[in-house]
Write a protein that binds this ligand. Structure first.
Ligand SMILES: NC(=O)c1ccc[n+]([C@@H]2O[C@H](COP(=O)([O-])OP(=O)(O)OC[C@H]3O[C@@H](n4cnc5c(N)ncnc54)[C@H](OP(=O)(O)O)[C@@H]3O)[C@@H](O)[C@H]2O)c1
Length: 252
């Protein structure tokens, strides 16, 4: 699929990887990008920068009415990037309650599903188009001190396959993007090498152009995939040992 002249919508686009996607789409020649933001004022810097090629849209993906309104407003879209996500940093058992795990499912899984359902008819009307779901290496193997985050991303990886199959007849391609570690607010507590958000956006565009079902955006995602392939249970055990030794550095 060509990006030149395409119209895209990106959720959670006011900062981080979502903003990286907006910048990468503009760079690649997209005609227009709808910048999904819970608070449209937070998207002002992109609107100011790109003029009528960046349009702010009020969009909380857990709010059904806002998702429906966005679909009505953005009926010319042919690319949907489900990027909005949360990591609540709550363990599965040790957390006081399940609210963190529920929020991760609400935003990361159900928010993505709501967007796919709302925009599927629009993509069909516009020639098929593409959906990109921004996932994580935590969708390939559970990272034990990330609580409900990995399960929500794994569920969304399976969702990606299901939506791909259901929309195949209308010609909609669906990419599951496996992302490692990126320099954003979500990963502010994580040490070590991190990618730049725009490079994840560029990788996502490459995946769209080549109609890839799944793509690793960076070295860490590839390394995790290789480790899982080599020795899945051993790798899982090693990660669990790191949690026990409290040296897996996610800032807890
Ligand atoms: N950073 C990493 O290392 C990394 C690695 C792998 C995967 N990812 C994934 O990449 C995606 C983007 O993360 P990021 O690193 O860019 O994080 P971020 O800087 O924390 O940005 C998250 C974005 O999601 C938005 N958001 C949160 N809840 C939302 C909701 N209910 N509806 C709509 N938007 C919502 C936020 O909006 P507000 O500004 O209003 O809060 C913000 O725009 C996520 O899906 C994340 O899981 C990140």
């Amino acid at each position: 699929m060509d990006i030149e002249g395409a119209v895209a919508i990106v959720t959670g686009a006011n900062r981080g990887i979502g903003e990286g996607f907006v910048r990468a789409f503009i760079e690649a020649g997209a005609e227009k990008v709808y910048v999904g933001a819970r608070n449209t004022a937070d998207a002002a810097h992109l609107v100011d920068n790109f003029g009528d090629r960046a349009i702010a849209v009020a969009l909380d993906v857990t709010d059904g009415a806002q998702v429906a309104a966005a679909a009505e407003m953005c009926s010319d879209v042919s690319v949907v990037v489900n990027n909005a996500g949360v990591f609540t940093d709550r363990l599965l058992i040790a957390a006081d309650d399940m609210s963190g795990a529920r929020q991760e499912m609400e935003v990361n899984y159900f928010g993505t599903l709501a967007m796919c359902r709302a925009f599927a008819p629009i993509l069909a009307a516009n020639g098929g188009g593409a959906i990109v779901n921004v996932l994580s290496a935590a969708a390939l193997v559970d990272i034990p001190n990330m609580g409900g985050y990995g399960p929500s991303k794994t569920a969304t990886r399976f969702l990606s396959a299901g939506v791909r199959a259901e929309l195949a007849d209308q010609g909609t391609q669906v990419t599951a993007l496996i992302v490692g570690s990126v320099e954003t607010r979500m990963s502010a507590h994580v040490k070590g090498r991190k990618e730049q958000p725009i490079d994840v956006g560029r990788a996502g565009i490459k995946a769209i152009r080549h109609n890839l079902d799944e793509m690793d955006t960076d070295w860490m995602a590839t390394k995790v995939r290789a480790s899982v392939a080599l020795d899945p249970k051993g790798y899982e055990r090693r990660l669990a040992e790191l949690l026990k030794a409290d040296v897996l550095d996610t800032g807890r």
